[in-house]
Design a protein around this ligand. Structure first.
Ligand code: SF4
Length: 194
């Protein structure tokens, strides 16, 4: 039997009136339907990666973590305990679930070789190996011990480091040690507010 819009309005209106007349309180039932979606999920706190405001988010995943079970993200919402956003998210942050559950999401390293017109997938081992070789080569070729006036500077201008908004203070502290003291580059910036 098909239900017309008029039938639907009649039933819901009569139901609402009956509930009011008979003294039913439908609020708990509505609250229960809201809770069901995340009732059995695991909450993981994270940071919205889209901009430097760095709002806190809670990612809800379902799956009992058994060996053959792949956790599935079912909901993402603002973290009410986070001091930056207090549970709120802008429209971009609110769409994070679609960013996570997306066929076009890149989940591994890629490289575009000089002169190439496309990106190719490489393994993490290969990516780390190639980065290490390029860092060593660049540092050897661009390290400056003295500037044009003869002053000792010991810096490397061949590098720049740009951090992301999900980098924590602790991570950035270590990065500062590595890029400034280790590599000698003065070009270090990050948009982190975490
Ligand atoms: S939710 Fe919006 S304002 Fe907050 S970090 Fe994400 S993009 Fe920036």
């Amino acid at each position: 039997m098909s239900t017309t819009r008029r039938d639907f309005l009649k039933v819901t209106t009569i139901g609402g009136v009956a509930a009011t007349v008979l003294g039913f309180d439908l609020a708990p039932a509505y609250a229960q339907t809201q809770a069901l979606k995340i009732a059995r999920t695991t909450e993981t706190r994270s940071t919205c990666p889209y901009c430097s405001v760095s709002c806190g988010v809670i990612i809800h995943t379902i799956g009992d973590k058994a060996k053959n079970v792949k956790p599935q993200v079912v909901h993402v919402e603002g973290d009410p305990d986070h001091p930056i956003n207090r549970g709120t998210l802008c429209p971009k942050g609110s769409s994070l679930e679609q960013d996570i559950l997306n066929d076009r999401r890149i989940t591994g390293p890629q490289v575009r070789r000089p002169g190439s017109d496309h990106w190719e997938d490489i393994s993490w081992d290969q990516a780390i190996d190639e980065i290490a070789h390029r860092v060593k080569k660049t540092r050897d070729e661009t390290f400056i011990e003295k500037d044009s006036k003869g002053a000792t500077v010991n810096r490397c201008e061949g590098f720049a480091w740009v951090g992301g908004c999900t980098d924590t203070n602790e991570f950035n502290y270590l990065v500062g040690k590595v890029v400034r003291a280790g590599l000698g580059t003065p070009y270090y910036e990050t948009q982190a507010r975490v």
